[in-house]
Design a binder for this molecule. Sequence first.
Ligand SMILES: Cc1ncc(COP(=O)(O)O)c(C=O)c1O
Length: 372
Amino acid sequence: MRVPAASIVFSEHDIADALSRIESSLRSGQLTLGQHGAAFEEAFAARCGRKHAVAVSSGTSAIEIALRSFAIEGKEVIVPDNTFFATAAAVVHAGGTPVFADASVDSLAVSLEGIRAKFTPNTAGVIVVHIGGIVSPELPAIAAECKARGVFLLCDAAHAHGATLNGLDASTWGSASTYSFYPTKVMTSGEGGMIVTDDEALAAEARVYRDQGKAGFTSNFHTRMGNNWRMSEVHAAIGLVQLARLDEFIAHRRMIAAAYEAGLKREGVLTLPSAQRLDESNFYKFVAYLPEGVDRARLKAAMREREVGLSGEVYELPLHAQPVFEPWAAGSYPGADEVCSRQVCLPVSARMTEDDARYVVESLARCLPVGV
Ligand SMILES: Cc1ncc(COP(=O)(O)O)c(C=O)c1O
């Protein structure tokens, strides 16, 4: 594949750095909840500008831990209809009821209007997802609405490491924000996740939940229905090395995004979500909208023939259309339906060059007629 949809790169320097940190763990025998995990938490909290960070086993467990810490059992949580399975599944696993809300075509995220339509006296909180690394311009208003109603705002920032809105980190508005370090993300730890918050009591709860609900690391006194949601020292070591590169990774992605923006404008193909901004999005995905009537599957096949991989969408199918969420699927979601059916995600990776980006745009201009 000349331009793969995504690819991870570790420099020789970073491989050596990660290996030496892992070696120190092996020699000390401290393989979980040790010095690398603590250093990763401290550095990640500082990068986000938050007071606390709790490292966990995945982005999925980070969401469930946060929701359990908010004590949602028996309550409703408003979740985006356009998000990954794990966002809404975590609500179910934590004993709550997911209530889907519609998406904004401008930001791909849940809209303020969509959220407002779903509040009930039993609403415990709202989850916003920064889809593709775009932080919705409606987020401050959504946070104000949650505050006025006395409910929590959880930001699932699995896509949004280092993304900003109005120059402020994506984690600024949530009662808590959760991150994923899965290998496809802007930075990775292999597997892993993080919860960040300014709320000390919430961070303390999260630490209890991630370690089998134990009141303390060395005790066997269980006060919460926790799980093994710890991050190992090996994962934390990789995460630390990648975090040091986050600004570089984002700058590279923005360079590719700028080449796409210029090329797409020149060719007059595809439109862009207005909230996807070169100075604020981290370009976990470069999202674009297809003209009406284009067959996405045919377009992707034609692009593959030109050695260009168009990655998975964010998302191909809204949650209300996923069979497993049928019990909670009632209602209509025209925004999410449009976002999901009309988008494509252009390749973005640390390996890509501006030349590659130009080739992708040129290929799109050639292939689009066959997709219609
Ligand atoms: C929006 C969103 N939330 C949560 C997750 C779950 O993260 P993880 O794969 O680290 O469990 C993902 C992962 O892909 C995601 O895209």
